[in-house]
Ligand binder design. Structure first.
Ligand code: DWN
Length: 415
């Protein structure tokens, strides 16, 4: 994919191929939010347009542009094990799937977008066979340290066939926070069909469009996330490959997600109540109407204005503010709201690899979390709001000394 251009523009919907796409929000030109420049490297990171459109035919919300995946995923700085919340989440997911689908040692579990192997390492404790697929060359060794083998490739129908030839079919294929990152969704699901055992289950998790709209999570819109899924277009995608969605669960993780269970038709009893509950919710929330998205766009601009005013007032009263969590969403937030060194002295983050680098586009220095206690700023702006509970619970001392947290989502508040 390196030889392809850095960015391409879609003319047709990624699921139904309709040209009836309506651009409802432009967040401006921004760098891919996980490309953290190093201070000594003067070269500026690439900036790409971040435009969101709505397919008026199948209702998929999706990015107008596709940034070449090799620019974003071949050397990947984000690791799932950066937070205890995610480690616990993956522990529960592995335990749940082993129990629900009675997995035995002969069964193969394949994790697409296996990252640093956190999920597969949990499956290994149940003695099932595991294999990771993730294009990030830098994460192969990290996963290996957990005893997990990553194939450093993108998951496509061609790679699925090669994996099947070498390892056989998979009883479980998982894909947590990766399907939304895929441009060719149809080839992806063809790959699932090739690799999935006839009685196997494909389990995928991704942020849910309902939560994005209801909690105005505009900073979860970024170049890595090409699609913003709701059940209606997903159902169309899955069924167009003669696969069956047999259950869907709503999750709190990452600001609100859904977990889908997909198999070959008729293999598992269908939980139509769960599926219809979300389809009805999507209808009630008018996800089929363009007006919903144009309203969301105006909310995003309003929220930006409120935050700008709040931070400006705090700076005017000589308060010192830092950022907490150099998350991808945090980088979108900083670039969209227009916050730089004039507002935040630095950002703290638990990811070793991010420390010592700068935030993409805004070039705010990133340090370890210990600086918050040493330096004692007045406010910490939580950029990784999806982990606010974990962040606040581990920083009681900061609050005891009078430090306050600024939360932006689901609503702006000072804690
Ligand atoms: O889809 C994706 C989601 C799942 O993860 C990926 N495309 C990219 C990534 O998005 P993100 O960077 O917004 O993810 P997180 O997990 O919300 O990022 C949290 C950041 O906050 C990490 O850099 C770790 C940091 N953190 C911290 O410094 N101290 C988090 C916690 C809980 C903490 O206590």
């Amino acid at each position: 994919m390196t030889k392809y251009p850095k960015i391409t523009t879609i003319q047709r919907c990624r699921i139904c191929h309709s040209s009836n796409l309506f651009k409802f929000l432009s967040l401006g030109k921004m760098p891919p939010p996980n490309l953290f420049p190093k201070p000594d490297l003067p070269k500026r990171e690439p900036f790409f347009p971040l435009d969101v459109c709505f397919c008026q035919n199948c209702n998929l919300v999706q990015l107008k542009h596709t940034v070449n995946p090799n620019l974003m995923f071949k050397d990947y700085i984000y690791v799932s094990s950066a937070t205890q919340t995610m480690i616990n989440h993956f522990e529960n997911l592995a335990r749940h799937l082993v129990k629900k689908f009675n997995l035995k040692s002969q069964h193969l579990v394949i994790d697409i977008g296996s990252n640093d192997g956190t999920l597969l390492a949990r499956f290994k404790t149940f003695s099932v066979r595991t294999l990771g697929v993730d294009p990030a060359q830098n994460l192969v060794k990290v996963a290996q340290k957990k005893g997990v083998k990553n194939l450093p490739v993108y998951f496509q129908s061609s790679t699925a066939q090669k994996i099947k030839n070498q390892y056989g079919t998979a009883q479980i294929i998982t894909a947590t926070n990766v399907v939304a990152h895929v441009h060719d969704l149809h080839d992806f699901f063809e790959g699932v069909k090739i690799l999935l055992d006839k009685k196997g289950v494909f389990v995928a998790e991704f942020p849910y469009l309902i939560d994005l709209l209801q909690k105005k999570e505009f900073d979860t819109i970024y170049h890595e996330h090409l699609s913003y899924f709701s059940v209606k277009p997903l159902l169309r995608l899955i069924e167009s490959h003669n696969l069956e969605l047999f259950n869907v669960e709503k999750l709190a993780i990452h600001g609100g997600s859904i977990r889908i269970y997909v198999s070959f038709a008729g293999q598992f009893s269908k939980n139509t109540a769960n599926i219809n509950k979300l389809l009805e919710l999507e209808k009630r929330e008018n996800l089929q109407s363009l007006l919903t998205y144009t309203k969301f766009a105006s909310f995003a601009y309003q929220k930006r204005q409120h935050l700008r005013q709040l931070l400006k007032n705090l700076k005017k009263s000589k308060k010192r503010i830092v950022g907490y969590g150099a998350a991808a969403k945090g980088n979108i937030f900083l670039n969209f709201v227009g916050i730089g060194n004039e507002t935040l002295d630095y950002v703290v983050d638990s990811t070793d690899e991010k420390q010592g680098r700068l935030t993409p586009g805004t070039h705010i220095p990133i340090s370890s979390e210990s600086l918050l206690i040493k330096d004692k700023p007045d406010f910490a702006l939580i950029l990784a709001w999806n982990f606010a509970e974990e962040i606040i619970s581990k920083n009681r001392q900061f609050q005891k000394r009078g430090g306050k947290f600024i939360l932006t989502t689901p609503k702006i508040q000072i804690i």
